[in-house]
Design a protein around this ligand. Structure first.
Ligand code: GDP
Ligand code: IMO
Ligand code: MG
Length: 421
């Protein structure tokens, strides 16, 4: 029995989907534990590209996908995603936690309204209703998957919640009337379609562990978007770090064997908020174009910069990461010089931690180590020692600085473009 966890060490889009798909071949269950359809995981299998937002990436390997209690689910998006996969001949085996919270129409409206009211202090959310849904969960007025399949309970809950939401919409001067009958009809119907998947997933997963099955936990977003440890308030609204996987699945932390941190060979970020190593020069443009750095969910261009090891070390510490998977090494091909940020200078003092205060962070200047680049990486190579010497040096430095072994190097989007060390 092995339970492995895959999480992002940066600002999301590290290539978690590809790495999960790679490991999924050896497991029974692949489990999402936080976030919602703000995530966008792109997986390339042969000539086909799949973009998954809410269904765990492991379903592409024919494994059972579990949507854990920590996830927020937009049922309409989920049903569309299931239907889309079916069109491509994949009939996903799914289980949905009865305790997962549901993204309701008012959450999506409020996500937009809150962003607009922030003006130039906006977060740059994906506007999928994620923040408002998690806010309601914590305020104990959420609708959960189990409520969707019990019409009377859903009706009662909507009766309590909708007048409250209507007052907020009115305060924002949004000309929308929340119609209880219409929402009840629509969401009962969506619940009916999802009923067969909704169950107590924590019981199934814990039984599976006892039976010696293999489980892969699939993180969404990244450490710097974590609600506590990220660049708050420029974060998402869930726990993206290793601790979140236990809360969001009901699997006790002692059962997790490996925590695999996915690290892009450089840094990207979508949305607003600080990013110390951001580049607005031709090297930044190289990373954006060669890495095709455009959001999977919103198509926004991703901000690009050099690898920031202060960020990755922060991620490794708070999540207890014991293995690293480095992705998109090939995107650095053709750069003459490549830089890695090892520290920040704050008021002329070297620091190696990520400050909590955004004001302090704004004053931080990255300190770089420079490396020679390489021309090309052969797509068909399958061993670390076949990588160009300069690439081996680049990875060797990262491994030594962080003190955690690199076990996977990804040199292209396809399954087979993966080196296991
Ligand atoms: P995720 O959100 O962490 O799953 O990452 P995304 O799927 O949003 O973004 C990663 C993008 O990079 C996707 O388009 C992947 O197909 C692609 N990708 C993953 N690994 C590699 C790699 O090693 N090289 C290249 N060139 N692309 C990769
Ligand atoms: P994956 O799983 C990158 C960012 C948004 C915004 C902030 C808050 O593909 O790595 P939200 O809609 O969550 O309230 O937005 O978080 N964000 C992501 N950035 N990858 C993601 O997911 C993201 N999910 C949310 O751009 O800055
Ligand atoms: Mg993504």
């Amino acid at each position: 029995m092995t339970v492995n966890l895959v999480i992002g060490t940066q600002w999301g889009d590290e290539g978690k989907g590809k790495i999960v798909d790679y490991f999924a071949k050896d497991v029974d269950y692949v489990v999402r534990f936080q976030g919602g359809n703000n995530a966008g995981h792109t997986i390339k299998v042969g000539n086909r590209i799949y973009k998954l937002h809410i269904i765990p990436s492991g379903v592409l390997q024919g494994k059972t996908g579990v949507i854990g209690n920590g996830v927020v689910i937009d049922p309409e998006v989920l049903i569309n995603e299931i239907n889309n996969l079916r069109k491509h001949g994949i009939k996903p085996r799914l289980l949905i936690s009865d305790r997962a919270n549901i993204i309701m129409p008012y959450h999506k409206i409020l996500d937009g309204a809150e962003e607009q009211s922030l003006g130039d202090r906006k977060i740059g959310t994906t506007k999928r209703g994620i923040g408002p849904c998690y806010s309601d969960k914590i305020a104990r007025r959420g609708i959960r998957a189990i409520d969707l399949i019990k019409r009377e309970i859903l009706s009662k809950k909507l009766g309590l919640i909708l007048p409250l939401k209507q007052r907020i919409l009115d305060a924002y001067e949004i000309d929308i009337k929340l119609d209880k009958k219409e929402i009840l009809e629509k969401y009962s119907n969506l619940g009916e379609q999802l009923k067969k998947f909704i169950t107590s997933t924590h019981i199934i997963l814990n039984k599976a562990i006892k039976m010696g099955k293999n489980i892969l936990l699939e993180g969404a977003q990244g450490t710097m978007l974590d609600i506590d440890y990220g660049t708050y308030p420029y974060t998402t609204s869930s726990h993206t770090i290793a601790g979140g996987s236990s809360i969001g699945t009901g699997i006790g932390p002692q059962n997790i064997d490996n925590i695999i941190g996915v690290m892009k060979a450089y840094t990207t970020r979508v949305g607003e908020g600080p990013m110390p190593t951001e580049l607005s020069n031709k090297e930044g443009e190289h990373l954006k174009q060669k890495g095709y750095e455009f959001g999977t969910t919103t198509s926004r261009p991703r901000r690009c910069g050099w690898l920031d090891l202060v960020v990755v070390k922060h991620a490794c510490t708070i999540s207890g990461i014991n293995k690293l998977a480095v992705t998109k090494l090939d995107v650095l091909n053709g750069l003459k010089k490549i830089k890695i940020c090892t520290h920040y200078l704050l008021n002329n003092k070297k620091i190696d931690y990520f400050p909590a205060s955004l004001e302090e962070l704004e004053k931080c200047k990255p300190v770089y180590r420079e490396f020679n680049g390489w021309n090309k990486i052969d797509k068909n190579l399958d061993s670390f020692s076949d990588l160009p010497d300069e690439a081996q040096k680049y990875l060797g430095f990262i491994e030594k600085e962080i003190g955690i072994p690199i076990k996977i190097v990804s040199i292209g989007p396809e399954r087979k473009e993966t080196i296991e060390i």
